[in-house]
Design a protein around this ligand. Structure first.
Ligand code: SF4
Ligand code: SF4
Length: 172
């Protein structure tokens, strides 16, 4: 069971990335193994071309997209996203305007989401209604599941390649 806590109530919202210069794409996002597989299969590129791995703190196994020209590897010069166009953008990028703000493990997993403070899209576009919220909850749950699976396998000592070569049931 996953509980989601967001720090902002939103009435209307639209991602107007050209106005903010794609602020959300300045920092490469976390990617799950599922997202990596979907991207790799769709674009025909190997994970090492676009994934940055770091294990800079014990037990913290981060997978992010690489940085290119000061922003996410998949950000275009016109601020659009190469992956959005083919519906393969990472799970965390489907949570906008919220950013991933951590997981708290207990009887239930709590996923913390933090709204982009500087986003110019609040009050614009369509209602941030139940359907939009349900969509975010769906991607958030999947993100937590894929991330947790990866961390558990890493903690068992498996390498990235060993985990990547597993037959992941969640992968399209
Ligand atoms: S994958 Fe796309 S939407 Fe996500 S940070 Fe990179 S460029 Fe932006
Ligand atoms: S969510 Fe907001 S801040 Fe992020 S890219 Fe879209 S408009 Fe910009």
């Amino acid at each position: 069971m996953i509980n989601i806590i967001a720090d902002k109530e939103i009435k209307k919202w639209k991602c107007i990335y050209k106005e903010c210069g794609a602020l959300c794409c300045e920092y490469p996002p976390l990617v799950t193994i599922g997202s990596i597989k979907r991207i790799s299969d769709a674009l025909g590129i190997k994970p090492e071309e676009f994934v940055h791995t770091s294990e800079d703190k014990p037990g913290l196994f981060r997978l992010k997209t690489r940085k290119k020209d000061g922003k996410c590897y998949f950000s275009n010069d016109d601020y659009s996203c190469k992956l959005h166009k083919i519906d393969k953008h990472p799970l965390v990028c489907r949570l906008l305007p919220f950013k991933f703000d951590g997981l708290v493990y207990g009887d239930e997993i709590i996923l913390k989401l933090k709204a982009m403070q500087e986003c110019p899209g609040y009050g614009k576009g369509d209602d941030f209604n139940d359907a939009v919220k349900e969509d975010i909850e769906k991607w958030a749950s999947r993100f937590v599941k894929e991330l947790t699976n990866y961390v558990q396998l890493k903690q068992k000592g498996l390498s990235f390649n060993e985990i990547y070569s597993k037959n992941w049931c969640e992968i399209e």
